[in-house]
Design a protein around this ligand. Structure first.
Ligand code: 4NP
Length: 143
């Protein structure tokens, strides 16, 4: 799960997928920037998750790396900026094919974006949670 800062959207996506996925899946999140390295998720993401029974307190922000293309089968981008950053970083054609926009799981082919909630209020995080939950439930139905 990849966003820009790895403190707002992708930690929520990681927490939701960890809650519903089979136990043997390896799930992680990262940011394309290193701006918040080693920080906890944003308090608004922590609260949004907690209200829905998901604890993301223990997550720490990190930057996405080339190794992630080897370690993971799918890299989900939250928006088209994350998507193009991942495509640029991808070391091979096979690696590029692992990159997907997450809302294409729930809205196939529409290339919808998970809006960046960082500069807004709590409501933005509630909306992000709902979009991610919907996308992840759709993804899990087919995997
Ligand atoms: P995220 O949100 O990419 O969902 O983690 C952001 C977090 C921090 C910043 C931007 C977006 N920032 O500019 O520091």
């Amino acid at each position: 799960m990849v966003c820009l800062g790895n403190i707002c959207r992708s930690p929520l996506a990681q927490g939701i997928l960890e809650k519903y996925a089979p136990n043997d899946w390896v799930i992680d999140s990262a940011g394309t920037s290193g701006w918040h390295a080693d920080e906890r998720p944003d308090t608004r993401s922590i609260l949004t998750a907690k209200e829905r029974g998901i604890n993301i307190d223990q997550q720490r922000s990190r930057t996405v790396t080339i190794a992630d293309f080897e370690d993971f089968d799918i890299l989900f981008a939250m928006d088209s900026s994350n998507y193009s950053n991942l495509i640029q970083l991808a070391p091979s054609q096979a690696a590029k094919q692992k990159v997907r926009l997450i809302l294409n799981e729930s809205y196939p082919g529409e290339n919808r974006q998970v809006p960046d909630p960082y500069t807004g209020g709590q409501q933005g995080f509630t909306e992000v949670y709902a979009l991610l939950d919907e996308a992840i439930q759709s993804f899990l139905k087919t995997h």
